[in-house]
Design a protein around this ligand. Structure first.
Ligand code: SF4
Length: 316
């Protein structure tokens, strides 16, 4: 599969005071193939959302490269830049905060259509109706306001808004974390169906590992600004190699009783980690039970330890 996106040695730092630098994303590399879903998981503060926003060009990268169809997004100008901002959309975590309460649902959905001048008049209205039906709502909803809808419906509106400009790539930034568990699977299934029908490519950001497994072809695990492991979702869940991934996965309840007997829950101990002025060496070292002297001195780099399975750890 050809790559739609290539991220090379991406860094996104925030200077938060004279001496303090928050290294939200530090030397992260991955690619996203056309038509696939790449999941990105990790605890809050690991840099996954910053990473997603930088890939969309919403934040300027501190260093490194982001290529969209082979072109560096920081060098796009004029029509090429417009085309990229149309082609790469986002679905936000919070369907309550991300919809303007004073706008009708139709106008919210048509935001991108209006910005990019894609349709006007009757054609615009038809497009809004088509989008509403695509996400499981109907045309009567166009004239209503966000507060009249449930959380799941609002997220459907957010999805319709992202689809309105017919993008190829969507960053789904924790799109289900704010929803009731009973609604989460419906929204994930809607995203999967839309991907199949429209040929979309997703970067799916989440901390809920079980849902990420369901939707992703491959999954990357982030820890304090670093990508520590990347593999196909089956391999990552069956055979996690990085000690942090192992700990993260051990926290998921497994419905099969035979499996849960063999998978022990690993408790993470050690000092509370911070991405501000991180020390050299592996960032997981203070909490890692396998840490060796080299781990505190040398930054591990992401290596392909078996075909399509990448790990950043001195054990491998
Ligand atoms: Fe643990 Fe060392 Fe691997 Fe880091 S590099 S995860 S400290 S073994």
């Amino acid at each position: 599969n050809e790559n739609l996106i290539e991220v090379k040695n991406l860094k996104k730092y925030f200077k938060i005071s004279k001496h303090d630098i928050l290294k939200a994303v530090d030397n992260v590399s991955f690619n996203i193939r056309k038509g696939e879903t790449l999941g990105l998981v990790g605890e809050s503060g690991c840099g996954k959302t910053t990473c997603g926003r930088t890939v969309l060009g919403l934040y300027e990268a501190t260093d490194g490269e982001i290529l969209f169809k082979g072109k560096d997004i920081s060098k796009l100008r004029g029509n090429e830049k417009k085309e990229f901002t149309k082609n790469a959309q986002i679905i936000f975590q919070d369907p309550y905060a991300s919809l303007d309460a004073r706008m009708t649902v139709g106008d919210i959905i048509a935001e991108g259509i209006d910005i990019h001048n894609l349709h006007t008049g009757k054609e615009r209205t038809e497009k809004i109706y088509e989008l509403l039906s695509l996400v499981g709502l109907n045309k009567e909803h166009a004239s209503r306001f966000p507060h009249e809808f449930s959380g799941g419906q609002r997220q459907r509106i957010g999805i319709a808004r992202a689809l309105a400009v017919e993008p190829e790539f969507i960053v789904c930034d924790e799109p289900i974390s704010a929803l009731d568990v009973s609604i989460q699977a419906q929204v994930v299934n809607l995203l999967i169906n839309l991907q199949r029908n429209l040929g979309l490519t997703y970067l799916f950001i989440a901390h809920d590992l079980s849902m990420v497994k369901h939707i992703s072809d491959r999954v990357g695990v982030m820890y304090l600004g670093n990508l520590v492991e990347l593999a196909s979702s089956g391999v990552l869940y069956d055979k996690p190699l990085h000690p942090y991934t192992q700990a993260l996965l051990s926290a998921i309840p497994i419905p099969d009783p035979d499996v849960s007997r063999t998978r022990k829950r690993i408790m993470l101990e050690g000092e509370v980690p911070s991405p501000i002025n991180p020390k050299p060496g592996c960032r997981f070292a203070p909490r890692c039970k396998y840490a060796k002297p080299i781990c505190k001195e040398v930054d591990p780099v992401l290596k392909e330890v078996e075909k399509d399975h990448f790990v950043s750890c001195h054990l491998y």
